[in-house]
Design a protein around this ligand. Structure first.
Ligand code: HMG
Length: 384
């Protein structure tokens, strides 16, 4: 039985900052951000959006009444959780009008959590073929202003429905994992911004990719030439390019050029959003599916997921016939085309205006937010 991705939804808030203007404001060459980092726009997350509301806005695009009857599990990947105890998945169950009889759990392993959710969902559907699983990844990538991490911020949410006989991608059995206890990027419980050893993290990412890719090839007899495209977790889009270049010597020139061409399609959307943390790989996958002109049924795509700390996974999925019809292309492109640019001072102001960590009641700027789901504020230490 084939199991995999039947639907994909994407949401990012309506504000962004232009990366060439941000570079000038930081006394950097614009090409450093545009080419060296590989980002043209960066999503700016208002205080009226959090991981839960962004996930609800992404999932609402794809969950219909038929899914409401079949979904019996929600897996919510995030490292921007809003509570140390209560799962973000419970809020989502209510906001989406899903039955109270389902299982709902939050998963955490930095940017890897959504992949963990997808693989667990696949096994769940293999055991219960009539059921469907809603897997979401929602995050806000924050390093702070005026530091090296700033051009790699961003945020947003991805949502997928995992089912039998999927219309978009069937996930192949087996995947390669690599885990090691390292400190490349982390966020202590008291911190609202991540701490990072940036150069080390980029180096580890490539090592984990090579390790899992080689392991998968060995275990499953995969040749690089079997893959039409490779998609990567994209903390910034140059990162995926560096990883791809690390394995290109393993293939001939024409296949290498094809992989590079498909990579360009897979970073179109991520270039305009920045890092979504756990959703980034799946935004890149969506970007490839929407923008590539040469993807066909039965072709195989390699997917590399990386979450700092660190855990990597490489797996393979097969494109399904009529996948284009299952993608809500206009909804997706509207999310990106209907955004408003912020000046650098307005971006800095929005960036600094966050819900306090203390128990103070707080009202957000929700009047400016046109999303269906938004955070109105906090009252009696409860999010509204
Ligand atoms: P930096 O110190 O600003 O970088 O930090 P740099 O000076 O090395 O420049 C970056 C690139 O721009 C270089 O290219 C320069 O040559 C190039 P590279 O050597 O990398 O190929 N450059 C130019 N190119 C064209 N024209 C120019 C120009 N000037 C310079 N004029 C860094 C960069 C990524 C380290 C920083 O932004 C950072 O720390 N980011 C956060 C960490 C990160 O994203 N790590 C990625 C791997 S870890 C991961 O993916 C997990 C994560 O998503 C978290 C999770 O799992 O939850 C982060």
């Amino acid at each position: 039985m084939k199991v995999g991705i039947d639907k994909i939804g994407f949401y990012t808030p309506k504000w962004y900052v232009d990366m060439a203007k941000l570079a000038r404001a930081r006394n950097e060459e614009p090409d450093k951000y545009l080419i060296g980092i590989g980002q043209t726009k960066q999503a700016v997350i208002p205080n009226s959006q959090d991981a839960v509301t962004m996930a609800a806005n992404a999932a609402d695009q794809i969950v219909n009444d038929d899914n409401r009857k079949k979904i019996d599990l929600i897996l919510f990947g995030t490292e921007s959780g809003i509570d140390n105890s209560k799962s973000a998945a419970i809020y989502l169950q209510r906001l989406l009008g899903l039955p109270n009889t389902i299982q709902s759990v939050e998963l955490k392993q930095a940017c890897y959590a959504m992949t963990a959710g997808i693989q667990l969902a696949k096994d769940h559907v293999l055991a219960h073929p009539d059921s469907q699983v809603l897997v979401v990844g929602a995050d806000i990538a924050r390093y702070g202003l005026h530091n090296a991490g700033e051009p790699t911020q961003g945020g947003g949410a991805m949502a997928v429905v995992i089912s039998a006989n999927p219309r978009i991608l069937a996930i192949e059995n087996g995947s390669a994992h690599y885990v090691a206890d390292i400190m490349d990027f982390w966020r202590p419980l008291y911190a609202t911004e991540a701490l990072v050893d940036g150069k080390y993290s980029s180096k580890q990412y490539i090592e984990f990719f090579q390790q899992t890719f080689a392991q998968y090839q060995k275990q499953h007899g995969l040749e690089i030439s079997d893959l039409q495209a490779l998609v990567f977790h994209l903390p910034y889009t140059k990162m995926g390019l560096k990883a791809l270049r690390a394995i290109l010597p393993e293939t001939d020139e024409s296949h290498a050029n094809q992989l590079l061409r498909e990579f360009e399609y897979s970073r179109v959307f991520n270039r305009q959003v920045g890092n979504l943390y756990t959703g980034s790989l799946y935004l890149s996958l969506l970007s490839l599916l929407v923008n590539s002109e040469s993807l066909n049924e039965t072709q195989k795509i390699g997917l590399f997921s990386y979450g700092s700390g660190a855990e990597g996974e490489f797996y393979v999925a097969t494109v399904q016939s009529n996948y284009k019809q299952a993608l809500h292309e206009s909804t997706i492109t509207n999310v990106l085309s209907n955004r408003e640019e912020l000046s650098i001072p307005d971006y800095e102001k929005m960036f600094k205006s966050q819900m306090p960590l203390s128990d103070a009641d707080f009202v957000t700027d929700y009047e400016k937010d046109s999303a269906k789901f938004y955070l109105a504020g906090q009252k009696d230490q409860q999010r509204q």
